[in-house]
Ligand binder design. Structure first.
Ligand code: ZN
Ligand code: ZN
Ligand code: FE
Length: 759
């Protein structure tokens, strides 16, 4: 295309990230005239005119050289007649906003800011709150859109002369109209207080905090989306102290490393991992622990992987730099099961007795945002938690919705989602809705988005999970009442699968849900399902794992040996099943020993039944004595997967009959010792891979060429490998933008309602 003038429309993350000054600089450097302006709706319009070569080069450079935090989703170029503009201008945003604009996520510190913070000659030298167009807090600091300073918590810090000059300078690519800029003269301040709230007198709170950490104290650090607890990760006693104080016996703790070089001393960092670690979102990445890793075993007991992130604010970077190790445990500062703490007063109250000191600052955190967590699943990057750095980015719908909707999600690892215009917007990670605090946080997040995006919920739809006992369902009904909105429920695994369909833009799909638990249409606990969803939103359950009893109900999810016993009893007879269980000594895996085993065997008859893949993996983990208790969500299944590393695949008689995976029979044969010649590591791997193969076979038999995969256990590499053995690598689609786990369900609830035409 040769033209002397062009109109370019760019859609994506192009607002609040320095895109317009970038365009300005590019256009003026090529001698082009015209303008750039925000259109709202995450769109920017550019007009350039001048020499045809320059116009062409401009368009090419715009595509190839996007500023760090910006992201171009769509770009449309049209040739036009030159209008004779004199010079290039950044035009004021149009007053009325016709379209909504995306609230940008928080971005990790950029290289340029870091360089300035480390440069003794810079006016930002050792300034913990430095940020620019390419980095810094966004969502966590916003009261409401649009992203203007008076709508953020930076409004408490009026710009000094120097900062103001840069803010108004169109040619300043990193600071022109960027709301989060500040400097030591005009920005927030750090201070240090002791556990009892008494100020610690010091001229350098940062250095003092680092010294305290090195001495073995636990320091609560206020960051951008909430508080962390910072402590030595290399010292068993210190890690143990935290575990005792937080009453968290085994749940893995996140680490923060100064930089990628430091991280690679702790875990195996390949190119892809490094790219993720250093990406603007700066997630926690779960990676294989190095054999010579200096990290205490107690950071992730029994696991062969560690979750590591890089310092993502100058504050974190400067703190780590002053410490001995250059890496620390940085775990969310919260009371067990409660949302991450964001305010000082709340921190001093809730973290008292856990933290010895508090490193605080006076910039308000508006929206709590936990760290995001990603891992590799059979080579694909998948979310365990989608929050800071990603939320509240939106996903596009195939068509605009007819009315707004709010989906409240299920219960554990929860998020909510809203739908407006052509978008689904999942909230940040909320947590397990098991107490009033997280329920309130869920409501707070929903209300934020309803306000921020101006939803008219009186004509809207509220969507919930079908589970009759989920507190979120209660909340959804209350909201529907309050707004006089319509209300609908979507089955848990249908929503799981619909979420992946949304991501890939599929109007119809075969789905495999590899999950812990969800309320089934027959009132049983589902969780290992093959489901086809049609274009009209109707669905058919094509197959599933055999129903196994959960003796003692929920107790069976906490003590996996109960699941094993249930399967043995159900697949032989009560006496034989129990005596086989006892003869192998499995009752020792139960806290109540022999008596508990006897009781559990009697509970089998009346026990709830489940097709859950998670519960089956639990039973296998117990059978192989890899795990005996769940102290955090998914623990036995995670232990089983990690135990399988390095194992080889051997054929196992895990079979499918009429769409049912015969798990009970298999467990019986396993305990009877049929596979005793197979190395337990190979056995562990092969069970998971075979399970994947079985689910793949069910789908293929029903005509599936391609499946979407979702569910909390869908991050299991060996199960996914098994599915791919049957269907081919590219025909097994994992979610990449949403978590496969329950954090993705709210978006699926929305998409199912789009398919059904309700919205
Ligand atoms: Zn920056
Ligand atoms: Zn300033
Ligand atoms: Fe689920």
């Amino acid at each position: 295309m040769r033209c002397t003038a062009a109109r370019v429309r760019v859609v994506g993350i192009v607002q609040g990230v320095g895109f317009r000054p970038h365009v300005y600089r590019l256009a003026t450097s090529l001698g082009l005239s015209g303008y750039v302006r925000n259109l709202g709706g995450s769109e920017v319009e550019i007009w350039v005119e001048g020499a045809a070569d320059s116009v062409e080069e401009f368009v090419k450079a715009l595509r190839d050289r996007t500023p760090r935090a910006a992201e171009i989703e769509e770009m449309e170029v049209r040739c036009e007649e030159p209008r004779g503009y004199a010079g290039f201008r950044i035009e004021r945003s149009l007053g009325e906003r016709e379209k909504i604009s995306m609230i940008p996520p928080d971005f990790g510190v950029c290289e340029d800011c870091l360089r300035e913070v480390l440069d003794p000659a810079s006016r930002w030298y050792r300034y913990p709150f430095h940020s620019c167009a390419w980095c810094g807090p966004r969502f966590s600091a916003m009261y409401k859109p649009p992203y203007d300073r008076e709508n953020t918590s930076w409004r408490d810090f009026p710009l000094c002369d120097e900062c103001l000059k840069e803010y108004e300078d169109e040619s300043n690519v990193r600071r022109f109209h960027i709301q989060g800029i500040s400097c030591p003269r005009c920005g927030p301040r750090l201070y240090l207080v002791a556990g009892d709230g008494e100020p610690v007198p010091t001229s350098d709170p940062l250095r003092e905090a680092a010294k305290l950490v090195d001495e073995g104290y636990i320091v609560a650090v206020k960051g951008i989306g909430g508080f962390h607890l910072a402590l030595l990760a290399s010292d068993d006693e210190v890690v143990m102290k935290l575990r005792r104080r937080k009453k968290r016996p085994r749940k893995p703790l996140a680490l923060m490393a100064l930089d990628a070089g430091t991280a690679s001393r702790l875990v195996e960092v390949d190119d892809r991992a490094r790219e993720l670690l250093e990406s603007p979102a700066r997630p926690i990445v779960v990676l294989p622990r190095r054999e010579d890793s200096p990290v205490s075993e107690l950071v992730a007991p029994g696991l062969r992987s560690l979750g590591v992130m890089l310092a993502y604010t100058p504050l974190h970077y400067l703190l780590l730099l002053e410490t001995r190790d250059k890496f620390l445990v940085m775990t969310s500062g919260n009371e067990s099961g409660e949302p991450i703490v964001k305010d000082e007063e709340e921190a001093l109250r809730k973290l008292r007795g856990v933290a010895d000191y508090f490193l605080l600052h006076n910039r308000r955190i508006v929206n709590r945002v936990d760290d995001s967590v990603v891992r590799f699943t059979d080579g694909d990057v998948t979310f365990l938690r989608r929050s800071r750095g990603y939320a509240p980015r939106w996903l596009r719908l195939p068509r605009p919705v007819r009315r707004s909707a709010v989906a409240v999600g299920p219960m554990l690892m929860n998020t909510a989602a809203i739908a407006t215009e052509g978008y689904v917007i999942p909230t940040q990670h909320i947590g397990d809705i098991e107490n009033i605090e997280t329920l309130e946080f869920l409501l707070e997040a929903i209300e934020f988005f309803v306000r921020a995006y101006n939803l008219r919920m009186e004509e809207g739809l509220v969507i919930a999970d079908k589970h009759p006992l989920y507190p979120t369902r209660e909340l959804a009904r209350e909201l529907a009442d309050r707004w006089q909105a319509d209300y609908v429920e979507v089955q848990h695994h249908v929503a799981h699968i619909a979420a992946v369909m949304l991501e890939y833009g599929l109007p119809e799909a075969y789905g495999v849900a590899i999950d812990g638990a969800g309320y089934g249409d027959d009132g049983q606990v589902w969780g290992g399902e093959v489901i086809h969803i049609s274009e009209d939103s109707s669905y058919r359950r094509l197959g599933h794992l055999e129903y196994l009893p959960m003796p003692g109900g929920d107790k069976a999810a906490y003590y996996p040996a109960r699941m094993l016993l249930g399967a043995l009893v159900r697949n032989s007879n009560p006496e034989d099943g129990l005596s086989l269980f006892l003869s192998r000594g499995y009752h020792e895996l139960l806290p109540g020993g022999l008596a508990e085993a006897r009781l559990a065997a009697r509970q089998v008859e009346s026990a709830p039944r489940t097709s859950s893949a998670g519960r089956f993996l639990d039973a296998v983990a117990a059978a192989l004595r890899v795990a005996y208790e769940r102290t955090y969500e998914g623990e036995p299944a995670i232990m089983l997967e990690e135990y399988s590393w390095g194992g080889s695949f051997v054929e196992l008689p895990l079979e499918v009959e009429d769409g049912i995976v015969l798990t009970g029979e298999f467990l019986l044969r396993l305990v009877e010792g049929e596979f005793s010649s197979v190395h337990p590591r190979d056995l562990a791997r092969s069970v998971q891979q075979s399970l994947g193969r079985c689910l793949g076979l069910i789908a293929r038999e029903q005509g599936a060429k391609r499946v979407v995969v979702s569910g909390g256990a869908a991050v299991n590499s060996f199960i996914v490998r098994g599915l791919r053995d049957v269907l081919g690598r590219d025909n097994v689609l994992l979610p990449r933008k949403l978590p496969p786990g329950d954090g993705g369900v709210s978006s699926g609830q929305i998409f199912h309602s789009v398919l059904s035409g309700r919205i």
